[in-house]
Design a protein around this ligand. Sequence first.
Ligand code: PLP
Length: 403
Amino acid sequence: MKPANSGTSTLPTPPAHPGLFSANTSRADHFTESVIREMTRLSLKFNAINLAQGFPDFPCPAELKTAACEAVHGDFNQYAITWGARELREALAQKVKRYNRMIFNPESEITVACGSTEAMMASMLAVIQPGDEVVVPEPFYENYGPDAQISGAVPRFVPLADDFSIDEEAWKSGFTKKKTRAIILNTPNNPTGKVFSKKELTFIADLCTDYNVIAITDEIYEHILYDGNEHVSLGSIDGMQERTITIGSFSKTYSVTGWRVGYALASAGITERIRKIHDFLTVGAPAPLQQACVTALMLPEAYYQNLAKEYDRKRMILFEGLRQAGFSCLLPQGAYYIFTDISEYGMKDTEFAHLLVEKTGVAAVPGSSFYHTGGQTKLRFTFSKKDETLYEACRRLENLNLA
Ligand code: PLP
């Protein structure tokens, strides 16, 4: 079975207007709607607890709400500068210097976009020519498959081992001097919770240098880390800044997934191209919310420590609940997902997830949506929810009976 969003599907959706379109005439025919968003719709339909989509059901910090209201009342209601309000780019440059140990010029190397989703798409369109190969570690965040399709990239999937470490030989064979243009990395990782170590990132950096490849790195969960794991930006490894596009977002760190503010950091040459694409895709990210994001970047260090601490408690609640219910899983090192194994249930992921949402009232994501092939023995649960939501989900899972 082909997974929904591998980006390699050869099964076109039947055209809506057969007279106007014949099969395979649209790049949109090569991927399906997001399975994660579909699970959210099913969750609403069955009044289930949505542990499928990674968004918090608790409020964002009060300072951010106040700042957003003030920005609207302060008349920040027209287009911001296409590549982002100056104050925000300047605040980002400071933050990235401090936290990510990279220096970017806010005038020429930072682009604010509509979430990291748009930052990723604009980056891929900026650096990839149709037919270029892009290395994608698997399992991968669902969007990268359609992103590859839309940009015309040919994805080369390289596996993570069962413990989510790098299979070095398989990764090396994913790169070729002639065809490989880019690698997409995500650390801390969705869905696995893997946090790539400096040693692993150095291995990836060496591959990028040897094969003259651009790294596009999605670091949206950079502040959500457990057990002493540290976030290292691939772009901060020696020699990598020039060939790395670092993508970040306010969505997860500040619990504002609906605000749609993210960014791409890259050398001036690459940024010029990203900005052009970004301009014609969206013009710009929401102006008042960009102002509020400046306030977000001024929150004290204690905010980030507390965020990680809160998520650590939620991680343990869900982990214990899943283990009690009979799932086998590893504790994530970062991000806010648990990727479980369901092989012993003898049921495929999609059937399992559909029964789970309907009969148990808990929504999860079928594992195959994170693989180009396989993944039917996995499910992904998020713990980005209030403690009481998680306890109730665990209570429902305790009596798991899918018969
Ligand atoms: N990248 C990863 C790895 C994600 O998990 C998500 C959301 O779940 C996104 C990007 C989307 O981020 P944004 O809201 O900034 O578009």
